[in-house]
Design a protein around this ligand. Structure first.
Ligand SMILES: Nc1ncnc2c1ncn2[C@@H]1O[C@H](COP(=O)(O)OP(=O)(O)OP(=O)(O)O)[C@@H](O)[C@H]1O
Length: 237
C-alpha cells in the first residue's frame, strides 16, 4: 500500500476580501516527491502556496501535514511541521551576514535530522562560502536566492516550497539554482516548485498541476503532461 502523503489538501478555497481566488483545490505531496505547480500569471499559484503555509487568513478546506490536521495552523506551526518556504523576493535578512542568516535559521528537522550543516550548505553553494562575512544586502540577486534556499535547508525540512526561485536571475545563476533543486530532490527532500520555465519544471518534477482561475484544470505525471495537447493552451504559450 502507498504511504500516506506528507501533505494533503482537500477542497481549498481562499479569498482576498470579497475576491474569491481559490475554488476547491485538492493536492497531495508524498515524501521525497517533486510536484510542479504551473499556470499563467494571476491564476492562484502564490495564493495556493500561501494558503498551504497559513498566510492567507480567509481560507476554507482541510490541510493535513505529516498526518496531523493543520487546516488552521499558523505559519510558524507549518514551518515546525517540516515545511520550508523560499518566497518570491527571497526574504533574507539584509542587515545580517551570510553566516548569521544561515546559522540563525538552523534547527533540527521534525525527526531530529541534522545533516544539513553549515558546511554542507556551503559545499552546495560555494559562492556563499566566499561571501560569509558579507551582509545580506550586499549580495547579488542570485546570491540572495542561494542564501534563501540555504536557510531553508538549514531547517531540515521534509518539504521545500520554491516560489519563482529563478525569477529575474542571469542564465548562469538560473542553471546553478536548477542544479541545486536537483540536488535537493536527490537528497530525499520533497519540493513544490513554481517557475515560469514550465519545461524545466516538467523536467525536474515527478508530477505537476496546472491552475486556471483558482482551479486545477490539468494534472498528471510530468512525462504525461509534457505531451498533453491541452498544456500549451492552459499556459498561454
Ligand atoms: N494580497 C492580495 N490582495 C488582493 N488580491 C490579490 C492579492 N494577491 C493576489 N491577488 C489576486 O489573486 C489572484 C491570484 O494571484 P496569485 O498571485 O496567487 O497568482 P499567481 O498564479 O501566483 O500569479 P503570479 O505568477 O503573477 O504571481 C490574482 O487575481 C491577483 O490579482
Amino acid at each position: 500500500m502507498a504511504s500516506p502523503p506528507f501533505l494533503q489538501a482537500q477542497g481549498l478555497h481562499a479569498w482576498y476580501g470579497s475576491s474569491h481566488v481559490l475554488h476547491g483545490i485538492d493536492l497531495h505531496i508524498q515524501r521525497g516527491e517533486t510536484l510542479g505547480l504551473l499556470g499563467r500569471n494571476g491564476m492562484g499559484k502564490s495564493t495556493l502556496i500561501r494558503t498551504l503555509l497559513g498566510h492567507v487568513a480567509q481560507r476554507e478546506g482541510r490541510i493535513h501535514i505529516d498526518g496531523r490536521d493543520r487546516s488552521s495552523a499558523r505559519p510558524h506551526e507549518v514551518a515546525r511541521a517540516g515545511v520550508a518556504y523560499v518566497p518570491e523576493g527571497r526574504g533574507v535578512f539584509p542587515n545580517l551576514t551570510v553566516r548569521e542568516n544561515l546559522v540563525m535559521a538552523a534547527r533540527p528537522g521534525p525527526q531530529g535530522q541534522n545533516d544539513w550543516t553549515l558546511q554542507r550548505v556551503l559545499q552546495t553553494f560555494p559562492r556563499l562560502g566566499e561571501r560569509l562575512n558579507n551582509l545580506g544586502a550586499q549580495l547579488s540577486g542570485g546570491e540572495q536566492q542561494m542564501l534563501s534556499i540555504g536557510r531553508a535547508l538549514m531547517t531540515h525540512p521534509t518539504l521545500i516550497i520554491l516560489d519563482e526561485a529563478t525569477e529575474g536571475l542571469a542564465p548562469l545563476i538560473v542553471a546553478e539554482i536548477w542544479r541545486v533543486i536537483g540536488e535537493i530532490r536527490g537528497s530525499g527532500i520533497a519540493t513544490l516548485i513554481v517557475d515560469r520555465d514550465y519545461r524545466k519544471v516538467l523536467a525536474q518534477a515527478d508530477r505537476a498541476l496546472v491552475l486556471q482561475k483558482g482551479q486545477v484544470v490539468l494534472q498528471g505525471s510530468a512525462a504525461t503532461l509534457r505531451d498533453d495537447p491541452q498544456l500549451a493552451g492552459c499556459l498561454g504559450v
